[in-house]
Design a binder for this molecule. Structure first.
Ligand code: BDP
Length: 715
């Protein structure tokens, strides 16, 4: 594509800038700030497409219009006119039941498919048509059509739009963004500024940004949003807030998005004037039922409640000697058929545990079959807490009678905040594609266990102009949505699709940028927590390395609890010789991680305490291998940074410069991680640095003395 290159050229001097600004037909050279996300709709030079769409008369809708089809048509008009200079002409949006004659057959493949499925194909009269059985399918299909054009693939080699015939089906029913936003605008683990929700001004003023937010979500198939933090304020359930929430729900309905709320379990006491929140108490049950009725009166399609209970100090049913199922089912009954309770399995409330990663399984596995039909159990991707790498959570596949949601963290709490470039497609794919071993002889992947639930992603969205702090963090929002729609999509394809729309569809750009993105997450694993290490981050804020910390009140808050480094070796013994967490996995899976000599070394120190002198697969000792991995990670960031420099011709100067700045920060911090970790583990092991290895820049005490009371996102 010539346009972005011209944009870059134009930005190089004031003279060129003036020329570019006055020559008709030259695309805008205004530096981009990232606000438009992947919905930039940059001009596409495709005469064939323009011709196809302009010769065919006005856009048409077959079927009754609705607020959702209005949005679909508006988006098509907006996107097609910006990209091709045609105003949506020639595109037909057709409800399957409104096709006539021989066109009826076009809808046949959609029969029986889930809500939201669509087909894009050309009718006999030559008109490009989006067909769906419901309005949301028409909306998703419209976005897919725009994506296909913006991504370039459809228009290469002189292909005509009318040759397109594609179908897409949402594989997971619930595709949800979870905001950890507080009513006062603070975002827990947020690195992109304050909350996008201005509760103070709602309902009187709705920031137009919230419409663009809904467009972005709809474009990737998101159909549910939890607007507030799981560490929930009861304020959100008060009448004053319900009117604010209703305004939001009304604004998002045309985009197929249902609003959910995090509910504080003690609300009947906090705001209801009751003496208890015991889920079996009739007055408590009545209070929640009345509350649900009140919410549905204001928001008829309210999605339901997300609940964090008896975890990290949050109230819950166990405060009254009741089980998680008692708590969840009580709320499920209050909602009835109208909505869903999403109950989180992220719990580690008991005090005398030997291994924190075992707790969720121990508590929830016995409750399989005890949850009401409208309860979903929301399980984090791994058993600890959103680390750069964890094995998949053992609850997936282990509760066949329970509907499951996978919770992923889009915001990079443990992966360098918004500054580090870490594309999370490969992380999520690793989990989604993992075989749980519960398939009775066949494969049963984590993704397959979500078929009656879905995926929730903890948002990385804030009021920063570019939404996510780092420009490349937009890719994680995008990838999350695309994978929740279809977990089988390859990560590299998603990366490429995003980069084409967000920066440039030029293949000379897409090749290198996709490669950079694909290797970026492994780089973070290498320089932060290689070989299966986890939770080595600084206290509370989780910024930077702190593998030495050992003085926090609860043992499982300390990095030393997880690394278990001593003179004999490093790593957490989770076989039968240790905590036996391995036994929570299906036997075939447990077997694959049981033996350090044969297992994937990516998980070595997660499952085993290994002597420093142990020979790893590379032939190096464990100590030397650890050092080599830290070095490899830091070197990868240096390489990515050089690769980015070479991509300057394809990116506008504002976004190019911002990414380059962030990469410099990442280079510095990757070295910091490497140096501090080597200094610490070297001191514990008493091992000399392998020959030729650069010593840490500072002595260990220098790293230990660093403090960051002002790190963002820390509640
Ligand atoms: C941890 C975060 C904490 C969250 C918690 C959760 O540090 O802020 O409240 O997860 O998921 O990762 O509940």
């Amino acid at each position: 594509m010539a346009a972005p290159r011209r944009g870059w050229l134009c930005a190089q001097s004031w003279l060129l800038l003036v020329i570019c600004a006055i020559v008709p037909g030259v695309p805008s050279v205004r530096a981009e700030d990232g606000y438009a996300l992947w919905l930039r709709y940059a001009p596409v030079s495709a005469a064939a497409a323009r011709e196809t769409l302009s010769r065919l008369g006005p856009p048409e809708l077959l079927g009754a219009s609705s607020s959702v089809t209005d949005m679909a048509q508006a988006e098509l008009a907006r996107g097609l006119s910006a990209m091709l200079g045609v105003s949506g002409k020639g595109v037909v949006l057709a409800r399957a039941d409104r096709l006539a004659g021989s066109d009826i057959a076009l809808a046949a493949p959609l029969a029986g498919l889930p809500e939201g499925a669509y087909r894009i194909v050309t009718r006999r009269d030559g008109r490009l048509t989006v067909i769906a059985r419901d309005d949301s399918g028409l909306l998703y299909g419209s976005f897919a059509l725009l994506r296909g054009i913006a991504g370039g693939d459809w228009l290469t080699e002189g292909r005509r739009l009318t040759e397109i015939d594609m179908m897409s089906v949402p594989i997971l029913p619930l595709r949800m963004i979870d905001h950890w936003d507080n009513p006062d605008g603070f975002v827990e683990r947020g690195y992109a500024g304050r909350s996008i929700f201005d509760w103070w001004l709602l309902p009187d003023h709705l920031d137009p940004r919230l419409i663009d937010y809904a467009r972005a979500n709809a474009s990737i198939g998101i159909n549910a949003v939890v607007v507030n933090n799981v560490n929930a304020s009861p304020l959100m359930l008060t009448p004053r807030y319900l009117v604010k929430l209703a305004r939001l729900a009304d604004a998002w309905r045309p985009f197929g998005i249902r609003l959910f709320l995090s509910a504080r379990f003690s609300a009947p006491r906090d705001i209801g004037g009751l003496a208890t929140a015991d889920p079996l108490d009739p007055a408590v049950r009545r209070w929640w039922k009345d509350k649900a009725d009140e919410i549905y009166a204001a928001i008829p399609d309210f999605g339901g409640f997300l609940v964090k209970a008896n975890s990290e100090g949050q109230p819950g049913p166990q405060d009254y000697g009741r089980t998680h199922a008692d708590g969840a089912n009580m709320l499920a009954q209050a909602l009835g058929k109208r909505g869903t309770v999403i109950w989180r399995a992220f719990v580690y409330a008991s005090s005398a545990e030997t291994d924190r990663v075992k707790l969720a399984y121990d508590e929830f596995k016995p409750l399989d079959g005890k949850f009401a039909p409208n309860v979903l159990l929301q399980v984090k991707n791994g058993p600890l807490d959103f680390q750069p790498r964890e094995p998949f959570h053992p609850l997936f596949g282990a509760m066949p009678k329970t509907r499951m949601m996978l919770e992923a963290q889009i915001t990079k709490e443990y992966l360098g905040f918004a500054t580090h470039l870490a594309f999370l497609g490969p992380l999520w794919k690793e989990v989604l594609d993992a075989d749980t071993g519960h398939g009775k002889g066949a494969r049963l992947t984590v993704a397959e266990t979500l078929a009656k639930g879905g995926m929730a992603g903890v948002a990385n969205i804030g009021a920063d102009r570019n939404w996510t702090g780092g420009h490349f963090d937009q890719a994680n929002w995008y990838a999350f949505g695309r994978l929740a729609w279809n977990p089988a999509l390859p990560s590299h394809r998603i990366a490429r699709e995003w980069a084409a729309q967000t920066f440039s569809p030029n293949p000379a750009f897409l090749g290198p940028v996709t490669a950079m993105m694909e290797e970026s997450r492994q780089a973070v694993v290498d320089y932060m927590t290689p070989l299966g290490l986890a939770h080595q981050m600084g206290t509370g804020h989780h910024y930077g390395p702190a593998p030495w910390v050992s003085d926090l009140a609860r043992p499982e808050w300390n990095p030393v609890y997880y690394n278990r480094a001593d003179a004999s070796g490093v790593g957490f013994e989770r076989t039968a010789k240790g905590s036996d967490a391995l036994a929570q996995y299906a036997p075939t899976v447990a077997a694959q991680w049981a033996d350090p000599a044969t297992m994937d070394e990516a998980y070595l120190l997660w499952f085993h305490h290994v002597p420093w002198g142990y020979r790893t697969r590379s032939g190096r000792t464990l100590w030397a291998e650890l050092v080599a991995r830290y070095d490899r990670g830091a070197a990868a960031v240096d390489r990515i940074s050089v690769q980015w420099t070479a991509l300057a011709p394809y990116v506008d100067s504002e976004r190019f410069g911002a990414v380059a700045d962030f990469l410099r920060i990442q280079q510095r911090e990757a070295r910091w991680w490497r140096d501090a970790s080597i200094a610490y583990f070297g001191s514990v092991c008493g091992c000399a640095l392998p020959p030729g290895v650069r010593p840490p820049a500072h002595p260990l005490d220098w790293y230990r003395a660093l403090r960051f009371p002002d790190a963002p996102g820390n509640p």
